[in-house]
Design a protein around this ligand. Structure first.
Ligand code: GLC
Length: 746
């Protein structure tokens, strides 16, 4: 007993001594402390120089930490579709690492085309795991700029033309990425809707279109997704660069939306110190000095938020309170990421990530047309398959700008078809045309030699002759990631397919009517042959598993369920931005090199314009077929009259009336029958993707509240739903409404 009590007494003494000893761990390093307390403590320990240092780049893709305090650096990485290979400290060129190959996930237009937020969550989680494994704290994506013109070179990186669809698809992506302790960086905020003159275009857009069309996806990413960073864009708005814009950054983002994260500049998007200090910029990135011009004299120290900022602080021209706010936001980012000891460890190139990429591709491919049920191809009665086109073999994960990747592998469409068909049929390939033989981006090379000595005539003749001998012809065309196609820093020059594809497609169809055209692009293309070609697939850029996804759909291993997130116009002049707009902008005559561009179509972007003008699109927003058929019942509502503080729920039965399982996207559009302002004929305000077995019926319920009835009133600067009669349209596409029902807002 004596021994026992002595040891207990000793234990109590030690415990008491420890409890009284001040914690050896400073608050900012103590995980048990709330982040805001840790920030206060860290800030109190930092010098002015250290606070300024964390507000600008120290290298191409990193900003400084605080060495002395053990606060880590912030490492960022492109991009929205996969983790960019490592580049040199100061240059875009490759660092030459051999451990930085990645999974290339499908481009975000494909993700949007799934109309399935669960796919966004899976996407964000997987790409976030890759970023985490590569020790990146910020993923420079996703992009959610609205597709205002099909010519925009970066449409493939974004989520389409509709603010509601983009809003619903971006939130889970952000949450998925950040579940890894990696910040998403939603871009490019805001109004970066073209690549031509992207550094010099001053966008002039009415406030209603700004709030109803161009801001919603960013607002959702901030207020619902809680994105930890956001990237300012290159263009100007109200004559201020978006990266240093009082209205966009301070009034809206940090004011109205209460954004608590850090604003990251696009690379070289900051042009002036005073505005960078006062107008909400927190982390200035770029390459060399002001991000645009090459100078080796202490490049990063010459940044606008570097030595020039320090000078203004020293002279009293800049106040320490503003600096503290910037430093707080950067520290909050660091505590949420690099100093979050509870975050997972990530993974790279895992089977799960490849499976996610393939599933998103399978769900995002859109069956545009399938006359005579040419698809799915039945191998039981197919002996010879001819595959034609450069896009059947060309790697698409290299090029296109900052989203370019060093994929661990990329299955081409031809390879995917060969893998699936095996010895069940003969697969023959004909190039058909030569487009872009380049295979190098910033030193990442595809390893493909696409050069070809044959003339265009020889290539076409060879393909046409082979078509006559085949049971079915599959043509892979569309665009690629070269300049003036789906590529950053330049726009497309027309809606037409390049490289003479249209005449080749027409000739192939004449040679063999069993022709499938698979279009690979980031937005709509003209299809003058659309009436002659029985089957058309929109296959987007699908990344590492491209060939497997396309083959899964072509041969019916997967039933297509994608729906267009953008309108495919028949002609460029059918698009609001080109019918009314000043695209690409009018250069000022004051030598400033600035282009003013009025968005004259206002809120009438995409299907909103086609509805208003009663123009028939080539293929409509929300369009997508299936290998099965669906029957929609009659829409009902749980009430006839709703109030501004209540919901209303619409129900509709959907039955799979075909022979194979499939998925349908039930879409809800709302019309305001009478309003004090002009409103679109209808606007997407709800959707749900449902999977049905043959013969199965499900009741789909879509609930909305007054937000879905509101327009942005620029006088009162708030959203308003005017009482009156509204109509709910429920359908399988914006031009395929199955049932409508009126209801009243009291
Ligand atoms: C580029 C792009 C941006 C990218 C950044 C870093 O100019 O506009 O999307 O994340 O610079 O590469």
């Amino acid at each position: 007993m004596k021994f026992y009590s002595l040891s207990l007494l000793a234990a109590i003494c030690i415990w008491t001594a420890r409890a009284q000893q001040p914690s050896a761990v400073p608050v900012y390093l103590d995980d048990s402390q709330p982040i805001e307390k840790r920030i206060d403590d860290a800030l109190s320990r930092m010098t002015t120089e250290e606070k300024v240092a964390i507000c600008h780049a120290q290298s191409k893709f990193s900003s400084a930490g605080v060495k002395r305090l053990g606060i880590p650096e912030v490492w960022t990485s492109d991009g929205p579709h996969g983790i960019r290979p490592e580049v040199q400290w100061d240059k875009w060129s490759q660092a030459g690492w051999t451990n930085d190959s990645c999974v290339a996930f499908p481009a975000l237009t494909c993700l949007a085309a799934t109309w399935n937020p669960a796919m966004s969550l899976a996407y964000g989680h997987a790409i976030g795991e890759e970023a985490r494994y590569r020790n990146k704290s910020v993923l420079l994506g996703p992009g959610v700029n609205i597709c205002r013109t099909p010519l925009n070179g970066r449409n493939f990186e974004y989520m389409g033309e509709d603010p509601y669809l983009s809003s619903k698809m971006v939130v889970p992506y952000v949450q998925g990425v950040q579940s890894n302790g990696v910040a998403s960086c939603v871009k490019h905020y805001a109004l970066n809707n073209q690549e031509i003159n992207r550094h010099y275009t001053n966008v002039i857009v009415d406030e209603r279109a700004l709030y109803e069309i161009y801001l919603p996806a960013f607002k959702a990413a901030v207020t619902e997704g809680n994105t930890w960073t956001i990237m300012g864009s290159y263009n100007l708005y109200r004559n201020q660069h978006a990266c240093t814009n009082q209205y966009l950054l301070n009034d809206i983002l940090k004011g109205e939306w209460q954004f608590d994260g850090a604003v990251v500049s696009d690379w070289g998007g900051v042009h002036e110190t005073d505005q960078a200090i006062t107008n909400g910029m927190d982390m200035e990135f770029g390459s060399w000095t002001d991000g645009l011009h090459h100078s080796k004299n202490h490049a990063y120290e010459n940044y606008f938020l570097a030595n020039p900022y320090l000078k203004k602080l020293a002279s009293g021209e800049a106040d320490i309170a503003t600096l503290n706010d910037k430093a707080r936001r950067v520290l909050r980012l660091i505590f949420r990421t690099a100093m979050n000891r509870n975050r997972p460890y990530g993974s790279l190139c895992s089977d799960e990530h490849y499976a996610t990429a393939r599933q998103i591709g399978n769900e995002g491919i859109v069956l545009l047309k399938n006359n005579g049920h040419l698809l799915p191809i039945q191998l039981t009665d197919t002996r010879k398959i001819l595959v034609v086109g450069e896009n059947a073999i060309k790697m698409m994960t290299v090029g296109g700008g900052s989203s370019s990747l060093k994929a661990q592998h990329e299955i081409s469409p031809l390879q995917g078809i060969q893998d699936l068909v095996g010895s069940q049929a003969e697969v023959v390939y004909a190039r058909g045309y030569v487009g872009d033989t380049n295979g190098d981006y910033n030193g990442v090379t595809t390893g493909q030699n696409l050069s070809d000595k044959r003339t265009a005539r020889q290539l076409a003749d060879e393909a046409i002759a082979a078509a006559r001998q085949a049971d079915i012809v599959i043509f892979f065309g569309g665009l690629n990631k070269s300049k003036h196609q789906d590529c950053e820093d330049a726009d497309r020059l027309s809606l037409q397919l390049p490289y003479g594809q249209d005449s080749l497609i027409t000739a192939l169809q004449e040679a063999n009517s069993h022709l499938v055209v698979v279009n690979i692009s980031g937005s709509g293309v003209a299809m003058p042959w659309v009436k002659k070609v029985p089957a058309i697939l929109q296959a987007w850029y699908l990344g590492s598993e491209a060939g497997h996804s396309i083959a899964d759909i072509l041969f019916g291993k997967c039933n297509p369920s994608g729906k267009l997130p953008v309108t495919f116009p028949a002609r460029l002049e059918d698009v609001g931005a080109h019918a009314l707009g000043e695209y690409p902008g009018v250069e000022r005559t004051d030598g400033s090199q600035i282009f003013d561009e009025k968005y004259n179509e206002g809120i009438y972007v995409g299907y909103r314009w086609f509805d208003k003008q009663h123009i028939a699109p080539l293929f409509a927003f929300g369009h997508g077929l299936s290998y099965t058929t669906f029957r929609f019942g009659k829409a009902t509502a749980n009430k006839k009259i709703m109030t501004t503080d209540s919901d209303i729920t619409f129900s509709i039965d959907v039955t799979n009336t075909g022979k194979c399982a499939g998925a349908e996207v039930v879409q809800l559009y709302i019309s305001d029958k009478k309003c004090s302002v002009d409103r679109p004929e209808k606007e997407l305000k709800g959707f749900q993707k449902i999977h049905l077995a043959p013969g199965e019926t499900k009741t789909v319920q879509l609930t909305i509240n007054k937000d879905a009835l509101s327009f942005f009133d620029t006088q009162s600067h708030q959203w308003i739903a005017e009482p009156g009669t509204f109509t709910a349209h429920i359908g399988a596409a914006s031009n395929d409404i199955k049932s409508s029902i009126d209801f009243i807002l009291e």
